[in-house]
Design a protein around this ligand. Structure first.
Ligand code: ATP
Ligand code: MG
Length: 421
């Protein structure tokens, strides 16, 4: 779990602004769920035989009432729970929702893999069509473009419907049983509980076996094939290249039909920056009236790493003014000057803690502010302030306190400009 220090946190906020605009431009609305949920929610939603539920959840007993609780490892389960609990889809029709925040998984920390990490989750609840799947994928492509990230590739697959998966599962188990000797411990354990998951093993020694395993796509019925086909037509229309990865099955149990991942080779083993798909069965599984749904989650840390690796830099927010002052009366006037600036929409840093004019001016310079507002004893007596441009040319000028904001606007935006936007 990491501290995100100011330099980095500013990058996060810059990024979050872009993300908010992006989500809004697709009509998605925010939802905020609690960080802690009852453990059974995740077991039911994600599946008992998954990495997350088997070994990654931070679970604990509430000392006050003995309830089993878990720090959320992902957001879909909570989002769907909230939608059911508050009748969102039933009363408001299909919902385009997003959330943003920390998730917790007890993993071995490494670059791009942390125990507290952050996700943007996007969920389209109550939408059944491949058009929604396509829109979700197109949204991602748009965000990569907005951020100038171009090192990502799209992989898609179809998991069909449960009956088709059951047939494939039987064939897969039969095949893997023939190759028992080549399986690792994890795979052997999952052979009869969750064989599909063996397909996305990261163990290099298993690659040859899983490569030759029966493919789900060969078990899809007509409707599933049509759904997958329609998605691909939309993607082609949108000019989004993609590769069908027959082994893409996703780590969570709740998916059906479309699954997808955006992957990069620039981040080593932690190459998946976004993953998602359709999960039509989940709402019912969590006790709601059956509703189709689809969504995805983006790993923020990985996306930021990738963005920065490609030269992305955030604009650092700087104040418009830094107010320096000397003497008691000046100190009091300084407060009024700083507040007057803020009232008119300027960002102002008021020097606190005393010190010589020289050292205060050094701080003003270091702050990145555009203008130093200088108040000495003379100025204080006259009810005036000095304005000294810190970036670029321009002599120091002195104006009455009442004329400060107008003079600031003149310095920052040129003299013809009236005030601040
Ligand atoms: P991985 O295969 O890398 O473990 P996952 O399939 O467990 O990923 P999801 O549950 O699909 O991941 O989560 C969606 C995204 O969240 C991932 O693609 C990744 O970008 C990010 N993510 C998942 N786990 C972590 C983590 N421990 N640290 C940082 N980011 C993570
Ligand atoms: Mg994982």
């Amino acid at each position: 779990m990491n501290d995100i220090l100011p330099d980095e946190a500013e990058t996060w906020e810059y990024f979050e602004d872009i993300v908010r605009d992006w989500l809004q431009s697709y009509g998605y609305r925010p939802i905020r769920m609690p960080i802690v949920e009852p453990t059974p929610l995740f077991k039911r939603a994600i599946g008992e035989v998954t990495d997350i539920v088997e070994k990654e959840m931070y679970s604990f007993v509430d000392a006050l009432n003995g309830e089993q609780l878990t720090l959320r490892p992902e957001g879909t389960a909570s989002c769907v729970r909230a939608a059911i609990q508050h009748n969102l889809v039933a009363s408001g029709g299909p919902q385009r929702l997003y959330y943003y925040g920390p998730m917790f998984r007890h993993e071995r920390p490494q670059k791009g893999r942390y125990r507290q990490f952050h996700q943007i989750g996007v969920e389209a609840l109550g939408f059944a069509g491949a058009d929604t799947d396509a829109e979700l994928i197109m949204m991602c492509a748009r965000l990569w473009e907005d951020l100038g990230v171009d090192d990502v590739a799209l992989e898609i697959n179809s998991l069909g419907v449960p009956e088709e998966r059951a047939q494939h599962r039987a064939a897969l188990i039969a095949y893997l049983e023939q190759h028992q000797d080549k399986l690792d411990e994890d795979a052997r354990r999952r052979l009869h509980t969750n064989p599909l998951r063996i397909l996305d093993t990261k163990n290099p020694e298993l690659q040859a076996v899983v490569e030759a395993a029966p493919r789900l796509v060969d078990y899809l019925g007509e409707a599933s094939r049509a759904h997958f086909q329609t998605l691909q037509v939309f993607l082609k229309d949108a000019g989004i290249p993609h590769r069908i990865n027959h082994r893409l099955v996703r780590g969570l149990d709740y998916y059906n039909h479309t699954v997808f991942e955006w992957v990069t080779t620039r981040l080593g083993a932690q190459g998946t920056i976004c993953a998602g798909g359709r999960y039509d069965g989940l709402v019912e599984q969590l006790g709601g009236k059956p509703q189709p749904a689809a969504g995805f989650a983006i790993g923020i840390e990985r996306l930021l790493l990738l963005w920065q690796a490609g030269g992305g830099v955030a604009e650092r927010p700087v104040a418009d003014a830094y107010v320096v002052h000397m003497g008691e009366a000046a100190g009091r006037l300084a407060f009024r000057a700083a507040e007057a600036l803020r009232e008119h929409g300027f960002a102002a840093i008021l020097h606190c803690g005393g010190g010589s004019f020289k050292s205060q001016m050094k701080k003003a310079d270091g702050s990145g502010a555009s203008v130093a507002v200088v108040i000495g004893e003379d100025e204080a007596k006259a009810g005036e302030v000095g304005l000294k441009p810190l970036r670029g040319p321009g002599a120091q000028q002195r104006v009455a306190l009442a004329a400060l904001t107008e003079a600031m606007a003149g310095l920052l935006y040129g003299d013809d400009d009236e005030g601040v936007e």
